[in-house]
Design a protein around this ligand. Sequence first.
Ligand code: SF4
Length: 483
Amino acid sequence: MSEVPEKHIGEAGSHKQRESETASLPDQVGNVGRRTSEELVDDICASLGKSHKSLGPLEKVYVFWLAGMSCDGCTVSVTGATEPALEDLLTGSIPGVPLVVLHHYVLQLESGDHYMQSLLKAEQGELDGPYVIAYEGSIPDENLTAGGAPFAGEGSLPLWAPSEERRRVSTAEWVKRLAPGAAAMIAVGTCATWGGIPAAYGNVTGSMSVMDFLGKDYRSVLGLPVINIPGCAPVGDNFTDAVQAILLFLQGLGPLPEFDELGRPAWQFSETVHRRCVRAGYYEEGTFAKEYGDPECLVEIGCWGPVVQCNITEKGAVAHMGGCMNAGGPCIGCTMPGFPDKFSPFYKSPPGSLFSSNASRVLGSIVRPLAESASASATARFAGTRQCQAAGQWRKATFRSRTRFWNSFTRRCSFKARSVPNDTAPKTNLRQATKACLNACMAKIIRCFPNSVGGKQRREANTKEEKNEQTNEYCRLVDGDWN
Ligand code: SF4
């Protein structure tokens, strides 16, 4: 018996080897090449010389992207994903991850009935692989529509029939028909996960989340409830990353992905925005933005970061770039259940933030000068060590007396305990440090006092040489010459 050759992507679908599946079907609007997206992917793989051998039981997985009451923001986010990129999933470029065949109304080559027939094939179990549904937008109550035209529809049935015999099919109906056979059901974006903006106060379309639509008892073929990836728009990487994690698990090559009690990938939503915010240092020091464009912490102009779970501060909007706080926008809680009603009015101090920001101010008034002086101390001390002696020349020119005072204090309280390269200063304890600082303070007062009583002329007469002498004096004090 002849051996069956291993099937490689790029071989079976090569343009040279087979006619397009759509060649015998009626013309499609826009699809001048008359190819299917799947065939295109095969051709791309073949042209790149890729030979993707499946490392697990799955060779390919179909993903049907449906949209309800959405603005397409989730699509924009996901197509911009980089870790992993959508293209990597679609061309089977990630080792171990099966090829993802995406049916998306924006990205698909096929149009009209050519596009819709794969949904029917999925429903009838005619696909040669499992399928996953990704739903973007909330699901409206189609019973509320006038005249039977759906709020959110996709295609019309029966396929290939004359238009007068057809009816528009809502995406809600597709969800009902496809969800029972889906390997997984993924709600993408806050509208799909919690209802979002279409389900906000008023909600004339009766919009709801995918979970509410399918009911709490829904389980996919793999036994999973709806997987929720919230965000308005969500971080694109969160979708591709979750899909990749699920597929690696199904291939037996990755651990079981962990989901939290709200069905979110736990590794993506376990931290608050605040913990990794680029402005968190300002919060710690108790300095807050007063208006938009200020660089400090945004909590007093409406940031909900301390309570909102989202990884935008870690991932950025695209490729670790941008993202709300990076771009100057306060967190408005768009990943959270209850958004937007529970988080509005936007750009006002969130409840409780006044207490926390004032507490932070009090603490920050201690932390900030200590941090500043420690930083100045480290900079001044390390500039001048063997590696950067030239930089040390700036020290004498810019070393301010206030910094020197804190510098000497912190050096004795903290830095003396460490081993610092080229550190020859004597080790002192806290008592000695305090005494030394008081001495330094007294020395400063004594030196400054004559200048003060002498008035402007006297200060002007304080020549450059005298200032240098002052500087040298303080440098000696800072370097531990207290006698
Ligand atoms: Fe926290 Fe928001 Fe301030 Fe960032 S801007 S530190 S998330 S409160």
